[in-house]
Design a protein around this ligand. Structure first.
Ligand SMILES: [Mn+2]
Length: 343
């Protein structure tokens, strides 16, 4: 382990020991890695006897609600922008799985104004400097894997148990699409081996996360694949659009459109996929790619977003139709890069 990481872990240990009230924060609309990392830390700090809570800027998906500690998560909403008390009593804030203040939009101001000591643990590229220390390393599959690395090299190691391991495994599993991407680093499997030794039931975790759809969600998916997916084979690209009416017709529940964006990548020859969802005030966008084509760059440049090389988010404030037209027009500029992509 490098010196820098060792010295940061020392600070982490000191701050944990000293803290009287710790709040752990995932990003808004948290995914399995954000909640898994937050609850992994939460459970180990509970085991150590700390006063700790997880505050999520927004709701989190039902398929994560079985996780140990999930019922204790305080999920906020946009209204909390005006709640001055969110972090009042905390003397240590730990952000997980985000690299910029705007990823906790509705509590960003409260977070920066808080006098608490701030730690960030993340694996996204180019983190902003808004905490006292940053654990940032893109070589980890997931923030959960990084959290394991930190706690297993600290005094907290002795408080690792099955609950902690279950949460961290969920983070690694979901951020790698069950070890289909983001998971070429051997360290990921060394960590998974350690988590298995702690007694996790990996088959059950998979079942809880992935086999938990409602009938409506399955029919919604069928509709989307049949009627809302546009394939552009000469660009090795496919995209999906979802209208506000679609969401209403299929009684969309929070999290229902999760993973839709990955589906076109299952088509032979498709290496770039996008989804455009008509939300109440804007178009929510996600991008996925295979190999060398960077959706992080693509989204940063044209759709006010970012993320990782193969997975990124974005947004648009024009109509759904205009947004997809813009997307298709821009694609032309990337023709060579798309056709000559490499794994
Ligand atoms: Mn992550």
């Amino acid at each position: 382990m490098n010196k820098d990481l060792i010295s940061k872990i020392k600070i982490f240990e000191e701050k944990i020991k000293k803290a009287e009230n710790i709040i752990i924060l995932p990003h808004y609309n948290p995914d399995g890695d954000a909640i898994g990392s937050a609850l992994g830390l939460y459970n180990i700090l509970i085991n150590y006897g700390k006063n700790v809570s997880v505050v999520s800027p927004t709701h989190f998906p039902d398929f994560l609600k079985w996780m140990p500690g999930a019922k204790k998560i305080r999920a906020l909403g946009e209204k909390t922008k005006s709640d001055p008390n969110v972090f009042t009593d905390a003397d240590l804030l730990i952000g997980v799985d985000f690299n910029a203040l705007n990823r906790i939009s509705n509590v960003a101001v409260r977070f920066s104004e808080s006098n608490a000591y701030k730690i960030l643990i993340d694996h996204h590229p180019d983190p902003e400097n808004f905490t006292d220390i940053i654990f940032s390393d893109t070589s980890y599959s997931s923030t959960a894997e990084f959290v394991y690395e930190i706690i297993s090299n600290s005094f907290l190691k002795e408080f690792l148990d099955k609950n902690v391991a279950t949460c961290l495994y969920t983070g690694i599993m979901t951020d790698t699409g069950s070890f289909n991407f983001n998971s070429s680093n051997p360290n990921t499997y060394l960590v998974v081996a350690k988590l298995l030794e702690l007694g996790i039931n990996k088959d059950k975790i998979f079942d809880e996360v992935y086999n938990s759809f409602s009938v409506n969600r399955m029919r919604f998916m069928g509709h989307v694949l049949l009627n809302r997916m546009i394939v552009i084979p000469e660009m090795k690209t496919a995209y999906i659009y979802i209208t506000a009416k679609d969401r209403k017709d299929f009684k969309e529940q929070f999290g229902d459109t999760e993973n839709f964006v990955n589906m076109p990548l299952a088509i032979k020859g498709i290496i770039f996929s996008a989804i455009f969802i008509e939300r109440d005030n804007f178009i929510k966008i996600s991008f996925r790619s295979k190999g060398s084509f960077s959706v992080n760059d693509f989204s940063q440049k044209y759709f006010n977003g970012g993320g990782h090389i193969n997975a990124a988010g974005g947004e648009s404030h024009t109509s759904l139709q205009e947004t997809t037209k813009k997307f298709v027009d821009i694609l032309q500029e990337y023709k060579d890069e798309l056709i000559n992509y490499s794994f």
